[in-house]
Design a protein around this ligand. Structure first.
Ligand code: PGA
Length: 248
């Protein structure tokens, strides 16, 4: 049995003081949640402003794979550990498309996060062009192969399937499509590792998840939770989704 995860990716939103307020009201609202792991991922500047709590874990939205040195603008795994970060989102489509990260860099980051005893949330997913050409499976296969090239075991890793065309657009993949791709991902992981490990890895869905579609999506076979952008910025909407997942 995989414990469901609901992760909020704030992207470049919320100042440290706004994040602090959000975390206080999140704590007030998560009393009844017992069967779901909640993660919030503020920007780097907000990591230390979120109030520490047993109700959720802290995630970062990125990191660099070198430990220290002349890498202007980057943040290392040790810096994140010092901020009590447990999860690191890697390979998000906005990192891939806007900031030009390729699968090789993402693979190096995944490996450095695992070596630092944090948990990477490796994001994969096809663009609309790839979808229209029937290349969704080829795309996620390639992203998994390269993103996991230095990973010996799936024990401490989370996968997030996020079709790029569904992110921030209000469009979601159909339940059938999500089920097909999630099962495909699990099959690929069985091929790369083994059935025991692939059956235990959480595979999240991301892309315009909200409180109206969460119920249907969490009941899709092989969906173990969500990575949420827009709807994670509002405490009420975020908590609604967490409650839906928790009562599943
Ligand atoms: P969205 O973003 O929920 O706003 O579509 C998801 C994501 O980018 O992780």
């Amino acid at each position: 049995m995989i414990k469901p995860i609901v992760a909020g990716n704030w992207k470049m939103n919320k100042t440290p003081s706004e994040g602090n307020k959000f975390s206080l009201s999140l704590i007030e609202n998560l009393d009844s949640i017992s069967d779901t792991d909640v993660i919030i991922c503020p920007p780097f500047t907000g990591l230390n402003s979120v109030v520490p709590s047993d109700c959720y874990d802290l995630g970062a939205q990125n990191c660099y794979f070198e430990n220290s040195g002349a890498f202007t603008g980057e943040v290392s795994v040790d810096m994140l550990i010092d901020c009590k970060v447990k999860y690191v989102i890697l390979g998000h489509s906005e990192r891939r498309t806007i900031f030009g990260e390729d699968d090789k860099v993402i693979g190096d980051k995944v490996s450095s996060v695992i070596n630092a005893n944090m948990i990477p949330v490796l994001c994969i997913g096809e663009t609309i062009e790839e979808l229209n050409k029937g290349l969704a499976k080829e795309t996620v296969y390639k992203q998994l192969k390269k993103g996991l090239s230095k990973v010996g075991s799936l024990k401490d890793i989370v996968i997030a399937y996020e079709p790029v065309w569904a992110i921030g657009t209000g469009l979601t993949a159909s339940s059938e499509k999500i089920s097909e791709i999630h099962s495909y991902i699990r099959g690929v992981l069985t091929e790369f590792y083994n059935e025991t490990e692939s059956s235990l890895i959480p595979i999240l869905y991301g892309g315009s998840v909200n409180s109206n579609n969460a119920e249907e999506l969490i009941n899709v076979d092989s969906v173990n939770g969500f990575l949420i952008g827009g709807a994670s910025l509002d405490v009420e909407k975020f908590v609604d989704i967490i409650k839906i997942v928790d009562k599943k």
